[in-house]
Design a protein around this ligand. Structure first.
Ligand code: AP5
Length: 217
């Protein structure tokens, strides 16, 4: 089973990808997490992408395709994977198609989680994450502990550097200009399913489960 989660920044892709991973035992591949780990480790790639990410822009297709090509060849991807944050452009989608063709035959389902912009700004500006393990907190419904230390690993809880409101607006513009076209791209290929992201996290997951367990497409 190959799953792509599409949706604007903050639509809930990462939240749902983790649930799918637990339920169906296939790995979540978050390109944002992969890039943030490179930034944290101050690798050459991390140094290159940091300012691009902080400006809310997309990293180049060449870099992203190489990252995904390497990642999906790992043994844990044999029974499928969940892509969260990839593809984000038509060239990325075309490259992915070629890569998937080389793997075992499996079903590709693309799920778009839709959420209006004002809700996105609200969710992202209240998001906090552990600097160390990436665990997600949200000031609105799952606030960090009073000592601001992660309950999983004790790491410091911070706001992502690209989660400032001005940067989120730029990320939304990038999404509209470069990524939203993928909805139509996958619709034409008869791979697209839509989920209303303006529901509780549990409800969104129930809708996703129905899609994954249906025999359609
Ligand atoms: P990335 O990390 O992929 O960021 P994003 O797509 O902007 O997505 P987010 O992680 O912000 O949001 P999400 O949809 O996962 O939402 P979440 O579940 O956290 O990318 C970062 C950057 O890396 C990009 O800007 C780009 O520079 C670069 N990059 C990455 N991939 C790339 C690629 N392929 N090509 C080029 N560049 C690339 O939820 C958000 C908040 O809302 C959380 O606090 C959560 O708890 C809460 N929430 C979730 N669901 C609900 C709900 N149903 N109700 C209420 N609150 C909810």
């Amino acid at each position: 089973m190959y799953i792509i989660l599409l949706g604007a920044p903050g639509a809930g892709k990462g939240t749902q990808a983790k649930r799918i991973m637990e339920q169906y035992r296939i790995p979540q591949i978050s390109t944002g997490d992969i890039l943030r780990a490179e930034v944290q480790a101050q690798t050459e790639l991390g140094k290159l992408v940091k300012s691009i990410m902080d400006q809310g822009k997309l990293v180049s297709d060449d870099i992203m395709i190489k990252i995904i090509e390497k990642r999906i060849q790992q043994p844990d991807c044999q029974n499928g994977f969940i892509l969260d944050g990839f593809p984000r452009t038509i060239p990325q989608a075309e490259a992915l198609e070629a890569l998937i063709q080389k793997l075992n035959s499996g079903k590709l389902k693309v799920i778009e989680i839709s959420v209006p912009d004002d809700e996105i700004i609200k969710r992202i500006s209240n998001r906090r994450v552990c600097r160390n393990c990436g665990k997600d907190y949200n000031l609105l419904f799952n606030p960090p502990p009073p000592d601001n230390k992660c309950e999983v690993c004790g790491g410091e809880i911070i706001q992502r550097s690209d989660d400032a409101e001005e940067t989120v607006r730029k990320r939304l513009t990038e999404y509209r200009n470069k990524t939203a076209a993928l909805v139509e791209y996958y619709e034409k290929k008869n791979r697209l399913y839509r989920v209303n992201g303006m529901q509780s996290i549990d409800r969104v997951f129930e809708d996703i489960q129905k899609i994954l367990e249906s025999n359609g497409h």
